[in-house]
Design a binder for this molecule. Structure first.
Ligand code: SF4
Length: 260
């Protein structure tokens, strides 16, 4: 794989703060998901099996699923869960609201069982995708198949917006769509976000303007890397929880450019 390829996650980073792209150049390792995210990810993979047998999902179904998942976490993620005591896992399960998850999933089941099952059943799980053309790499949580269509699906632990999906998620889905099209020689029309903590699944169209924005963002990221220009601090940058805030504070504003 080309050393200078970009990761899909960098597009989301750029939209949070383009300066982060400058400070993270040369970082090859994507950040590891936390324990709660991994627990929800395993629930997402177990769901099709649970749902096929049901018309309604209960709180107990979700709790039982979490307990079953916990038995295998150390084998699936030995680095993260190898040493985790049972009490910590129980605490993690308690923090996740099984009723909210069950209620959300049951609403989908009542509305459209067949398409819902297709929307969550992996055709490919965590496939590593690479585009030669765009020098872009990424790994969606799943690719699902709805009819003849391949659809990228990502898992999110945060709250869904009132309608549709958040902007960074839309860009991720569009990036995965571009990668799937090159790998499978197809056209991707839709993407899915699983807000698993809320039992909510959202489908969105992949729009031409999102494709344009993905390509433009790739160009801007490459320009930051190539020209070594520090983008200006955006007004809404989340500096308090940023790991680069020390370096960023001592970067003179005169070195930065507003053209990103
Ligand atoms: S400290 Fe703020 S401006 Fe600097 S990289 Fe982080 S988020 Fe961006």
């Amino acid at each position: 794989m080309d050393q200078k390829s970009l990761r899909v996650s960098q597009l989301a980073t750029y939209h949070i703060c383009p300066r982060k792209i400058y400070f993270e150049e040369g970082t090859t390792k994507p950040t590891q998901p936390g324990k709660e995210t991994l627990l929800l990810k395993e629930l997402s993979h177990l769901l099709p099996e649970i749902i096929r047998r049901k018309d309604e999902i209960s709180e107990d179904d979700i709790r039982k699923a979490f307990h079953d998942i916990c038995k295998e976490l150390a084998s699936i993620y030995p680095d993260t869960f190898g040493e985790t005591p049972r009490e910590e896992l129980d605490e993690l399960i308690t923090q996740l609201d099984a009723k909210t998850i069950a209620d959300g999933l049951s609403t989908h089941l009542r509305e459209e069982k067949r398409e819902f099952i297709d929307s969550i059943t992996p055709h490919a799980s965590e496939p590593l995708l690479y585009s030669e053309k765009h020098r872009l790499t990424g790994m969606p949580n799943k690719i699902v198949k709805i009819g003849d269509e391949l659809v990228p699906s990502v898992l999110k632990t945060g709250r869904p917006p009132k309608n549709g999906v958040w902007k960074t998620e839309r860009l991720r889905l569009t990036s995965y769509a571009i990668l799937i099209e090159e790998r499978y020689n197809t056209i991707v029309k839709r993407g899915i976000v699983e807000y698993m903590r809320y039992g909510t699944i959202r489908r969105v169209k992949i729009r031409a303007r999102d494709r344009r924005e993905v390509l433009q963002t790739l160009h801007k990221i490459r320009k930051i890397h190539k020209n070594q220009i520090i983008p200006e601090k955006p007004l809404s940058a989340p500096c308090e929880r940023c790991e680069h805030n020390k370096k960023c504070e001592i970067t003179p504003e005169t070195l930065s450019s507003k053209f990103f």
